[in-house]
Design a protein. Structure first.
Length: 351
């Protein structure tokens, strides 16, 4: 592991990418504990976590056709037998991602890889509208972009919509997460933890104990992660500072923001995607017509409604994604993968 927590070197990643079709790919990125460490301790070569990759494809069916020629053993027997038409149909279920987990890439024999394929248009929709927050949720946390030759529009949507939504939502949730709403100083570690937690609201894996209970904290506090989060959200933070919504104190890694201030609250509410803002229109209307500061009760109420809406958006596609693993990975590999996840979560506490 490098000093900044990076667990996969560029040469390995390049070799991995060369094992997959490059045509019809708009964007590829790596994420998760196999790319950036989610622990402060040393990680031995034998214990390196699985590398997670996402391919955003302009033509998923053709991509799978080519990948079946190269890497047929990555697919379940059912998927290999029925071919790319079947695979493309299954991909559309749930959040629209087809995963092949726990595969071995010849270029890097010591590392296990899980990769997912999503239609480019569906990824754009998720970034712009928070349709499922399934892949956009992964992009709210530090990722490693590997193939960006045809991804200008996707990266613009990431910056202009997804990151703006995530930061604004997190600011509105600070008072529901044991934050002292009377205080104007917010530690940026706490802010980034709130951002990191968004995509896990309603996720069945968390409820089932298939994720490390300290995962959110580790995402922010592991080596190099704070700097990556700050770099990711720096532009959005500066925009809010320019609007007079907050001020950044890089020295003590904090921001100053008065979440009780009516104009501040209204401005942040207006940055939310329609799916979140729709159900709190009445509250926003009350806030806009009120004088003085926003009552703490209304702040907490709006935050809890936003949490509920996030859970609804995330839960259904996430459940379908988990269930379709039996088809995409097969029963045996699905069981192995589920056990590996449980070892990080529920089984870890009793080990």
């Amino acid at each position: 592991m490098s000093h900044d927590g990076k667990l996969t070197n560029d040469e390995d990643l390049e070799q991995i990418l060369n094992s997959f079709p490059q045509e019809n790919v708009a964007l590829t990125f790596g994420y998760g504990s196999g790319v950036f460490a989610q622990t402060s301790g040393a990680v031995s070569e034998d214990d390196l976590p699985m590398i997670d990759l996402i391919f955003a494809s302009s033509n998923s069916k053709k991509w799978h056709e080519e990948n079946l020629k190269r890497n047929a053993n990555h697919y379940s027997l059912l998927s290999r037998t029925l071919g790319s038409d079947f695979i493309n149909v299954v991909q559309q279920w749930g959040a629209g991602v087809y995963f092949n987990p726990m595969v071995t890439v010849d270029a890097v024999r010591k590392r296990s890889v899980k990769y997912g394929v999503i239609d480019e248009l569906l990824l754009r929709k998720d970034l712009k509208e928070w349709d499922s927050i399934y892949i956009s949720g992964r992009l709210q946390k530090p990722c490693l972009f590997l193939n960006t030759k045809q991804s200008d529009e996707i990266l613009e949507l990431q910056e202009e919509h997804n990151l703006k939504y995530a930061l604004s939502t997190a600011l509105l949730l600070l008072d529901t997460d044991n934050h002292q709403i009377e205080s104007e100083r917010v530690d940026m570690h706490h802010l980034f933890e709130t951002i990191a937690s968004l995509s896990y609201l309603g996720d069945p894996r968390m409820a089932a104990g298939a994720e490390d209970p300290l995962k959110v904290r580790n995402l922010v506090h592991s080596p190099g992660q704070y700097d990556r989060f700050y770099k990711l959200y720096q532009s959005q933070l500066f925009k809010l500072q320019k609007e007079g919504i907050l001020s950044i104190n890089e020295g003590n890694k904090s921001i100053q923001v008065n979440l009780l201030e009516r104009s501040t609250r209204l401005f942040i509410h207006r940055q939310l995607p329609e799916k979140l803002s729709y159900n709190i229109k009445a509250l926003v209307h009350d806030i806009s017509n009120a004088s003085g500061q926003v009552p703490a009760k209304k702040m907490k109420l709006s935050g809890n409604i936003i949490k509920g809406q996030l859970s609804k958006i995330i839960a259904t596609p996430a459940k379908f994604q988990s269930a379709k693993g039996l088809v995409t990975a097969g029963i045996v590999k699905s069981a192995r993968y589920a056990y590996a996840k449980l070892k990080k979560g529920a089984l870890k506490s009793i080990a």
